[in-house]
Design a protein around this ligand. Structure first.
Ligand code: BGC
Length: 255
């Protein structure tokens, strides 16, 4: 299989888009390291699903907003499987608060989980990839909001905008080592992060109407893009973002 022998680490890997990424990479034969912070049972169930696909897997409880936890995450992958070939910086949260009333604590948490984790996840994975001879993929799960304003979600947009420049700049720096840094920018995806919209029929109808494809994505539709980016078929993609948004960014400004 395409990713047989490759070791992939997925942050925030036991739910939402992260879970779909784990399953998409495992379906192509990758060995999987699932980072998680909550819901051990969900992690164990997902590990069983990966094993049922014939792949090796470990789960690592690590809060990727802390560099020491990220170091332990990467070290655990190396201890268990000897290397890291694919690092997916996927963990993310949003507060949906206006710039007028976002607190310092909310700002710090969003920036730490979304952007700081991706920065140091990139750094630590790249150091490991260079130590093992170079080559590898670093895939940052950003958002249409790396570029497109979302009023009422400013800290989130700031973090995703930062991930855009992380992807571009680290992508240029690391290309010399054969490490391809690429972003995936999802639009609206049916995951826990969008629970409030999914539970509000009027808000959901408004969102669906703004999406040219007329519906939210299923997480698997993002997982498949990440699996492509981890594969040899994506060998000439570097320092850029692929948007998987059903056309959303091209439709109406803001929602
Ligand atoms: C956000 C969602 C939003 C979607 C489309 C995502 O990045 O997490 O809250 O619905 O973008 O705007």
């Amino acid at each position: 299989m395409e990713l047989t022998g490759k070791v992939a680490v997925v942050t925030g890997g036991n739910s939402g888009i992260g879970k779909a990424i784990v399953l998409a990479l495992a379906a192509k034969g990758a060995t999987i390291v699932i980072d998680w912070v909550a819901d051990e049972q969900a992690t164990e169930a997902l590990e069983d699903q990966v094993r049922a696909l014939g792949d090796q897997v470990i789960g690592v409880e690590a809060d990727v907003s802390k560099v020491t936890d990220l170091e332990r995450l990467v070290a655990s992958a190396v201890t268990a499987f000897g290397r890291v070939d694919v690092m997916v910086n996927n963990a993310g949260i949003e507060t949906r608060t206006s710039v007028l009333d976002t607190t310092e604590a909310q700002y710090d948490r969003v920036l730490a989980i979304n952007l700081k984790s991706a920065f140091f996840g990139t750094q630590l994975a790249a150091r490991q990839m260079i130590a093992q001879g170079g080559g590898g993929r670093i895939i940052n799960v950003t958002s249409v909001h790396e570029d497109w304003p979302m009023p009422g979600n400013t800290a989130y947009c700031v973090s995703k905008g930062g991930m855009r420049m992380l992807t571009r700049t680290a992508g240029v720096e690391l290309a010399a080592h054969g490490i391809l840094v690429v972003g995936v920018g999802p639009g609206a995806v049916a995951t826990p992060i969008n629970a409030s919209t999914l539970g509000d029929p009027a808000a959901l109808a408004k969102l669906n109407a703004a999406i040219p494809l007329g519906r939210m994505a299923q997480p698997e539709e993002i997982g498949s893009v990440v699996a492509f980016l981890a594969s040899d078929a994506a060998s000439y993609l570097a320092a850029t973002t692929i948007f998987a948004d059903g056309g959303l960014m091209q439709s109406s400004p803001g929602l």
